[in-house]
Design a protein around this ligand. Structure first.
Ligand code: MV4
Length: 453
């Protein structure tokens, strides 16, 4: 890695919605010019208005616009962008995109393509981090033939999970409870993996039941410094879609945080990671923790970490991409208070979370002490079925978790969105639930113990 700082003046944001706005804000504070790209339905979108300049990249389906490497690089060259920030989703974890940027002489504000690739293959990721001393769930290490997998299943024991090597985020996962079901489940899992990812490679893991999903934010610079920024509790989810995240986790203590943090740093070092990344863990009732996967991108829920560490993760990403050192050492990371994020989605919580589309005819956004709103929409915005239903993130900070919860209840009651249905009533019910308030929940809570009615 070169020690000469990479100077940039203009950043293209290869994304839309709230995260494009979030990245543009960081760029503007740093005095950088910004380039937005937009599909035909996003002509009047908030990210287009906030950027210094904006270019059309095609029709609404993402594969013809936000997922087109060719169109985005063409805009970057025409606009004279020196760097590209991919946000999350879309092209953020495509190693060929990161590499194509570099090949064009454009800085990629994210990890090296090699690190994205190593963590993208979940079997390679397991092997690589295990060699670095990271605890993984007992399971298989290689892409094994069917007979060997059946044998391994017997050794691992039931219940177990069959997971797609190219999967992640719960896609292509299948639970098997009995040996007599294994062969059928394996064939179905391979078929699904082939259809979804173009390859049928799978691996096995023992099923860890009733675990929490806790992730560690890491930052790594090109000079070999790697630090952790504490954890985020992400167990409040439904069908692998996170709905609410918080920092710190109500389950965590300083000793476990330090152990998990050091393990997360070891996982990042194992793939020569540079930039911001997140290590996902399952943590069982006995506080055993296991590596699940690494997300090689900025995450939706990064603001809760920003509020408790008082660090701007996006600015840090840009600083790292410019070749500078991290702005803080591990000892200088001090966590203060508690932060909670509610994802505000255009979906109907009373009708199976069915996505809701329409025109936002009026809107009141909460504000006041301890309240941050990262929104991708304003009054007049059109909510189409083409993209993710997340409209905004409401993030509240307090001196304690209790104060953050009080502020969140207050802020949710101020939020008015007219024209589309939202999941605000879900969050209001959740924040009144005794178990949630007590911090007594795991990843099964929303689906198995929580009823909206
Ligand atoms: C697991 C698991 C239990 N045991 N692996 C789902 C998303 C993907 N990142 C991995 N996932 C899981 N892997 C073993 N060996 C349970 C889950 C899981 C889960 C994980 C994180 C957050 C929410 C979840 C909901 C259901 C299942």
């Amino acid at each position: 890695m070169s020690d000469t700082p990479t100077l940039f003046r203009k950043v293209l944001i290869a994304n839309r919605g709230e995260i494009a706005v979030r990245v543009i804000r960081a760029c503007r504070e740093l005095g950088l010019e910004t380039v937005a790209v937009f599909s035909d339905v996003d002509r009047d979108a908030m990210h287009v208005r906030y950027a210094s300049e904006a270019y059309p990249i095609g029709p609404p389906p993402a594969r013809d616009s936000y997922l087109s490497i060719e169109k985005i690089l063409d805009v970057a060259k025409r606009a004279g962008a020196d760097a590209i920030h991919p946000g999350y989703g879309f092209l953020a974890e495509r190693p060929e995109f990161a590499q194509a940027c570099i090949d064009e002489g454009i800085a990629f504000i994210g990890p090296p393509a090699s690190a994205i690739g190593a963590m993208g293959d979940k079997v390679v990721a397991r092997q690589t981090v295990e060699a670095a001393g990271v605890p993984i769930v007992p399971g298989t290490e290689l892409d094994l033939p069917d007979e060997d997998l059946a044998h391994a299943a017997g050794l691992i024991g039931y219940p177990l999970l069959i997971k797609a090597s190219a999967g992640g985020g719960g896609k292509g996962m299948r639970r098997v409870d009995r040996a007599e079901d294994f062969d059928n489940a394996l064939h179905a899992a391979r078929r699904e993996a082939k259809a979804a990812f173009g390859e049928g490679a799978v691996y096995l893991e023992k099923l860890i039941e009733g675990a929490r999903h806790i992730e560690i934010q890491v930052l790594a610079d090109a000079h070999g410094n790697v630090i952790y920024l504490g954890e985020r509790e992400c167990s409040i989810q439904r069908r692998h879609q996170k709905l609410l995240e918080e920092a710190p986790s109500p389950f965590m203590d300083d000793e476990l945080r330090q152990r998990m943090g050091e393990v997360a740093v070891a996982a990042a070092r194992a793939v020569d990671y540079v930039n911001a990344g997140t290590i996902e863990f399952l943590v069982d009732k006995d506080r055993n923790f296991y590596f699940l996967e690494m997300n090689t991108r900025l995450q939706v829920e990064h603001p809760v970490t920003e509020l408790v560490t008082n660090l701007d993760i996006v600015k840090e990403q840009i600083r790292i991409a410019r070749g500078r050192k991290l702005s803080r050492t591990q000892e200088e990371i001090v966590m203060k208070g508690a932060a909670i994020e509610c994802r505000i989605n255009a979906e109907d919580p009373y009708n199976n979370f069915l996505p809701s589309t329409g025109h936002i005819s009026a809107m009141t956004i909460p504000a006041g002490p301890g309240v941050r709103v990262d929104s991708g929409v304003t009054t007049g915005s059109e909510i189409t079925p083409y993209y993710d239903p997340m409209l905004a993130k409401l993030i509240c900070w307090g001196d304690t978790r209790g104060e953050a919860l009080l502020r969140m209840r207050r802020a949710l009651s101020e939020y008015r969105i007219m024209g589309v249905k939202t999941n605000i009533p879900f969050h209001q019910h959740l924040l009144d639930s005794t178990r949630f308030i007590a911090g007594m929940f795991d990843t099964t809570f929303v689906e198995e113990r929580f009823d909206m009615s």
